[in-house]
Design a binder for this molecule. Structure first.
Ligand SMILES: N[C@@H](CCC(=O)N[C@@H](CS)C(=O)NCC(=O)O)C(=O)O
Length: 216
């Protein structure tokens, strides 16, 4: 079997999850960036949905970040999931929950009007409150052990940190458990290695070109 190839997009949080798990599992892989808005022909032929991430395993396209994560976890033991099936199930549910948060973050940084911005910030705050409620001021979601929920949430921590730096808006201000958890995620070396060094500049340029209200 040859090295897996991850097809990514520099600013995609879902692709960042895949990179992070590959690094946690110490898998040797190739990383290829595309722009899914202007996809090369080979990508449209490989990907059933046209979305990144796609993990190309010997010509077979594994797609959907949660599915890629499960595949990598199964093929690279030991599993990052907890042993207890009920905890495993709720962890998977919280992975799904975090996926919706990315849409709110995207809508927030792309909102052009103040009213739209305020409404999406309220929506994001509700989602973060739900996650804060099930977190318990521990290093990671399940306590001391790094899990699939941490993989799924790390790109949120990275983006909210960048947004705070660029705009002063602190989405975590009212969510103390998340402050502890996300600070631990940001400090982890694999998390730091899971995104491109110029992510902040790319996001800043996109927000500026878009005329995003959050920039003030
Ligand atoms: N549910 C998918 C979402 C992936 C996704 O939305 N990817 C975006 C980039 S962040 C994309 O490729 N969009 C292009 C499109 O929708 O055509 C996953 O978890 O992998």
């Amino acid at each position: 079997m040859s090295k897996p190839r991850l097809i990514s997009f520099k600013i995609c949080p879902f692709a960042q999850r895949s990179v992070l798990l590959l690094k946690e599992k110490k898998v040797d892989f190739d990383l290829e960036f595309i722009n899914p808005d202007e996809p090369p022909l080979w990508f449209t032929e490989l990907s059933p949905t046209g979305k990144v991430p796609v993990l190309d395993v010997d010509g077979t396209a594994v797609f959907e970040s949660a599915v890629i994560a499960e595949y990598l976890d199964e093929t690279n033991p030991p599993s990052i999931h907890p042993a207890d099936p009920l905890l495993r199930a709720t962890n998977r549910a919280w992975v799904e929950y975090t996926s919706d948060i990315y849409m709110s973050i995207f809508k927030m940084i792309m909102a052009k009007e103040e009213a739209g911005l305020k409404s999406v910030q309220a929506e994001l705050d509700d989602q973060l409150a739900g996650l804060d409620e099930v977190s318990s001021n521990t290093p990671f979601f399940n306590g001391d052990s790094f899990s699939m929920v941490d993989i799924a949430a790390a790109p949120i921590a990275v983006r909210l940190d960048i947004i705070k730096e660029l705009t002063g808006f602190d989405a975590l201000a009212e969510h103390e458990n998340l402050q502890t958890w996300f600070a631990n995620l940001l400090a982890r070396d694999t998390v730091q290695a899971s995104y491109v060094p110029d992510l902040k500049d790319i996001l800043a340029a996109r927000m500026k070109a878009n005329g995003s209200a959050i920039l003030g």
